[in-house]
Design a protein around this ligand. Structure first.
Ligand SMILES: [Zn+2]
Length: 641
């Protein structure tokens, strides 16, 4: 099915590597692709990426590719498969070669491709075979409307060469990397435009409810973009130009979902319908703050990971895992700034920001794996650990997002305390030093030394390559923010992560926890508890429980209780030392500030401190405000060298 619109596109503008993509059957979720190679090599090889940059998992996109065939001069050409994602065409050199195939687009995430009657979306890493040896030549992409999609519009970060008013037509990329870094959204979407620091921005929203307040979203997104642009490039006459000519946000709104993927001049986002602001409602849902944080996060990546990036990513290898130890910097520091820049943009206040950073601190505190893997190791292992989470993940590794965010926080607070620099300056100096390109850990150390006036190797060694907790309570206290231990919820007290739906299913048993010592296992269904009773006691001893909160309700102050669990259809009785008084990790952390000696609090008989909550409170508004508002200048008098 080819629409009249498609016939008008000029074939003469096609590059040597030219893709024609059409949503050929929306109900079968099929995109058809024709790849025209003007000057193939003899025995040309082609492959499909196995991963998409920004999402560190081998996803084997070729599993959704079908109907592959080739022709040259009207004659069929044999394609020999040489691997899961690699083919060789039995073709002559320099005679145009055409490859035909289809891609089944049924992944609603931002990482692959989607097609149904309502919308289409794809990443080039899913739809565009790579022509080996010609990756660096210009590539063109022709988007053809079909009967089913003729009324749709198109949005992408690619440069338009010859397109109609809806966006159907010819697009151009300087090379394969650029082509596959520009996802394409198509459908009947909402669109808003704004200019920030002279750069035109478009915001595409697909699938929103009728109550959606687009004007509010655009106003807030604009504040975020202006704040991030000012962060990297300054304002007024001193401002340096942004690295992108324009920028496109592509937000897919679903019933329940969350995520985003960064690109050089666009981002693909997913959020839940209830998280969007609504017309006539001044107070937006809490989920809206999360969405703004996501927008801020992906936009910050435009600089931090898409341009400034690990040296190992100087040239992506699409055929296998690309390892780096630096995700703590690129994801962690981006995670530090995403919410902090919301605060500086005036979209959240100090208290809201502290709540967000408190949540991150507690997430790390409740991850026993932080004592096994450093954030550098966790970065390297992202492919097999962070992106392949299972019941044991929190025991084996630590998130380079959350702990990396805390490393940024600790560095910023330490720099500010010493009074010579801030992490903002470090980020900008790195941008200068590496010219917005590949970067190594040595560059971070060099810039820290330059701006901080001393070596920060001890901090990087301990915080990035070590597994001890960061001295956050002490650093926060120096900036007018007091940390205190708060009572643990039942899940934290026991060291369990559970799923509660008509019963309690154990998802994870944290290492060293009460639950582990009692013999709980992931997969157990926790049915009931039994309390110790005296002969004179008339209280029922056994209680059916369906929520974790029920344990505290019925167990009260009992010391040892029995947990009845179902495992492989057998009923087991586990003795749980419910009343066991343990010093929490948060308490240990706070104690560390008081006596300056972490070991005293966490060693000895307290072998298994129960994870608990840390709370933060501003005790000195002026000092805390200087950090949170991004002012330079020291929190205290500069330390003597
Ligand atoms: Zn990220």
């Amino acid at each position: 099915m080819t629409s009249p619109l498609a016939a008008t596109a000029t074939a003469t503008a096609a590059a040597d590597i030219h893709y024609r993509v059409q949503a050929v059957d929306v109900d079968a979720h099929l995109f058809s692709v024709q790849l025209h190679i003007a000057r193939p090599a003899a025995g040309q090889t082609l492959s499909l990426p196995v991963w998409i940059p920004g999402s560190y998992l081998v996803r084997e996109f070729s599993k959704n590719l079908q109907g592959l065939s080739a022709e040259q001069d009207g004659r069929p050409v044999a394609l020999a498969q040489q691997g899961k994602n690699l083919w060789q065409a039995d073709c002559e050199a320099n005679t145009p070669l055409v490859i035909h195939y289809q891609f089944c687009a049924y992944d609603s995430s931002v990482r692959t491709a989607w097609l149904d009657r309502r919308r289409g979306f794809f990443n080039g890493t899913s739809l565009c075979l790579r022509v080996h040896g010609q990756e660096d030549t210009p590539h063109t992409l022709q988007l053809l409307a079909s009967d089913a999609t003729a009324s749709w519009q198109v949005a992408t970060g690619l440069d338009a060469v010859d397109t109609d008013a809806r966006g159907w037509g010819l697009y151009r990329a300087a090379h394969y990397d650029e082509l596959v870094d520009c996802p394409v959204e198509m459908g009947s979407f909402w669109r808003g435009d704004f200019v920030a620091a002279g750069v035109p921005h478009s915001f595409i929203v697909a699938g929103a409810a009728p109550s959606f307040d687009g004007a509010r979203l655009i106003a807030d997104a604009r504040k975020i973009c202006e704040t991030v642009l000012a962060f990297w490039h300054g304002t007024g006459e001193q401002a340096t130009p942004a690295p992108m000519q324009r920028y496109v946000f592509m937000l897919n709104v679903v019933d329940d979902g969350y995520g985003g993927l960064e690109h050089r001049n666009s981002t693909a986002l997913i959020c839940g319908r209830r998280d969007l602001p609504r017309v006539g409602e001044r107070k937006a849902a809490e989920g809206y703050t999360t969405l703004l944080g996501l927008i801020s996060h992906e936009y910050f990546h435009t600089w931090n990971v898409k341009r400034l990036r690990p040296a190992e990513f100087a040239r992506y290898d699409y055929g296998q895992e690309n390892y780096t130890e630096l995700l703590w910097f690129f994801e962690g520091f981006t995670s530090y700034y995403d919410d902090l820049l919301l605060r500086r943009a005036g979209l959240i206040d100090n208290a809201q920001y502290l709540k967000l950073i408190t949540r991150t601190i507690n997430q790390v505190l409740q991850t026993p794996g932080r004592h096994l893997q450093s954030v550098a190791q966790a970065s390297y292992d992202a492919w097999v650990k962070y992106y392949r989470q299972d019941e044991n993940t929190p025991n084996q590794t630590v998130s380079y997002y959350t702990k990396g965010c805390l490393v940024a926080l600790a560095l910023d607070l330490q720099l500010r305390r010493e009074g010579r620099s801030t992490l903002d300056d470090v980020m900008r100096a790195l941008w200068q030093r590496c010219q917005g390109g590949p970067m190594r850990e040595a560059d971070v150390l060099a810039v820290l030394q330059d701006l901080g006036g001393r070596s920060f190797a001890p901090e990087i060694t301990q915080w990035v390559h070590g597994t001890d907790d960061l001295p956050l309570a002490e650093l926060l206290a120096a900036h007018g923010v007091q940390a205190k231990a708060e009572p643990a919820q039942t899940a934290q007290r026991l060291g369990l992560r559970v799923q509660e739906s008509q019963g309690i299913t154990i998802k994870t048993v944290l290492r060293g926890s009460l639950a582990e010592r009692a013999g709980f296992m992931a997969g157990d269904e926790w049915l009931a508890i039994e309390l110790p009773t005296g002969a004179e006691d008339s209280q029922p001893a056994r209680w059916r429980i369906t929520r974790l909160d029920d344990v505290a309700l019925y167990a009260g102050t009992a010391l040892d209780i029995v947990a009845w669990v179902a495992r492989d259809r057998q009923i087991l009785a586990l003795t749980l030392p419910w009343g066991s008084g343990l010093l929490s990790e948060a308490a240990a952390m706070v104690e560390k500030t008081d006596n300056g000696d972490a070991k005293a609090a966490t060693s000895g008989t307290l072998a298994a401190p129960a994870p608990s909550n840390l709370g933060l409170e501003i005790t000195d508004e002026e000092t805390a405000g200087r950090w949170l508002a991004g002012h330079t200048g020291s929190a205290q008098a500069p330390a003597t060298p």
